[in-house]
Design a protein around this ligand. Structure first.
Ligand SMILES: [Zn+2]
Length: 366
């Protein structure tokens, strides 16, 4: 196994290939094989960078922690992103960590050059970037209990960073438990708090589900709680395929990849393909436009089960958006769908009439 790792890394093999080689030595545990090969390959690349920084410390001031900051990045790595370290410092990573280092060169002034514009890289701190994320993303990163403590000001992102020393690997990083950070009693309190919040989230979804029975009606107060709940619901965040005709096009200041978070893939289609909103409308504005119909006195609602068996609540109301924001294909109505299973908005667009909405037969509008 040792030999496979050395050969693999030295010849620049993809960790998946190396995993194939060491797979057998681990009694057929492929997940473990992949994790080890990926972790070891990255460790070796990081180590060679570190030595290069050290050897060039006359010009390299240190290295900056760089995390992918995508949906798989853990809270520990979020907290470390953008932090500056000495050239020779070993990165305190964890198994399966995908983080890398970016060299921070000395400033022109430090090198003895006056009046040269600075060109050194700037990486914004993960702790600052985190503050600007939506509550939903923060909850995903921290987990429900830590998020509840964070919302109450009892915990900061940097608190989750734990450091230890492994006898073989040297410095390692890990995410500290809530108990470790706030103590047993507080940890229990926030775990209970998070469970309560989850239950309150579930209540409106139960009401929606009950409307699958066409004879069931909701009281005004029950509708109010459902509407308030949907107003706070985020758009679905999982990554979905981007329509092939718009892949690679620029949208909201960057290039569309093959897969994007659902809201981006969805909204890009409404703007670039269907011309329903003008290009330049922000994601937040689009969501606000959809939610705005919830206060409309002509709002119609419908609960139905989709072909995927999930329960959806659809909203339809006249399109009263300002014309400056709508594109060439402005339509007279706005329609959007909330999923009672996922607690997210799954779709939203303009339609020309109620008949243009595909719904199961016999559903009751409310
Ligand atoms: Zn990492």
């Amino acid at each position: 196994m040792r030999k496979a790792l050395i050969t693999g890394v030295a010849t620049g093999q993809n960790p998946r290939v190396i995993a194939g080689w060491i797979h057998q030595a681990l009694g057929g545990n492929l997940v473990r094989a992949l994790r080890i090969s990926r972790t070891e390959a990255l460790r070796s690349y990081r180590e060679s960078s570190r030595r290069a920084y050290q050897a060039n410390d006359d010009v390299v001031a240190g290295w900056i922690w760089h995390a992918a900051l995508d949906r798989r990045t853990c809270a520990f790595c979020w907290s470390q992103h953008g932090t500056l370290h000495k050239p020779g410092e070993i990165m305190a990573t964890h198994p399966n960590c995908r983080c890398g280092t970016v060299p921070k060169t000395k400033t022109w002034e430090e090198l003895g050059f006056k009046n040269v514009p600075e060109t050194s890289v700037q990486v914004e701190k993960g702790t600052d970037l985190f503050e600007r994320l939506s509550d939903e993303r923060k909850r995903e990163i921290l987990g429900p209990a830590k998020f509840a403590a964070y919302k109450d000001g009892k915990l900061k992102l940097e608190d989750v960073a734990g450091f230890a020393r492994h006898k073989e690997w040297g410095p390692v990083g890990y995410e500290r438990s809530l108990r470790d950070i706030l103590g047993e009693r507080e940890a229990r309190k926030w775990t209970a708090e998070a469970a309560k919040a989850k239950k309150m989230q579930e209540e409106p979804n139960k009401l929606i589900r009950s409307l699958l029975n066409p004879k069931r009606t909701l009281t005004d107060d029950e509708w109010k709680s459902v509407i308030e709940h949907v107003k706070r619901a985020p758009f679905a965040s999982r990554e979905v395929s981007v329509h092939k005709d718009i892949r690679g096009r620029t949208f909201l200041g960057r290039q569309l990849r093959g897969k994007e978070p659902s809201v981006i893939a969805h909204f890009a289609k409404r703007v670039l393909l269907e011309n329903q909103w003008v290009d330049g409308t922000s994601e937040d504005q689009y969501l606000a436009d959809l939610r705005s119909i919830l206060d409309d006195h002509e709002l119609s609602k419908v609960v139905y089960q989709g072909t995927d068996e999930k329960v959806y609540l659809g909203f339809l109301a006249p399109n009263r958006l300002p014309v400056e924001r709508t594109g060439m294909n402005r339509r007279p109505f706005i329609w959007f769908i909330y999923s009672a299973d996922y607690g997210t908005i799954t779709s939203g667009y303009q339609v020309s009439s109620i008949d243009k909405i595909t719904l199961p037969k016999g559903v009751k509008w409310r």
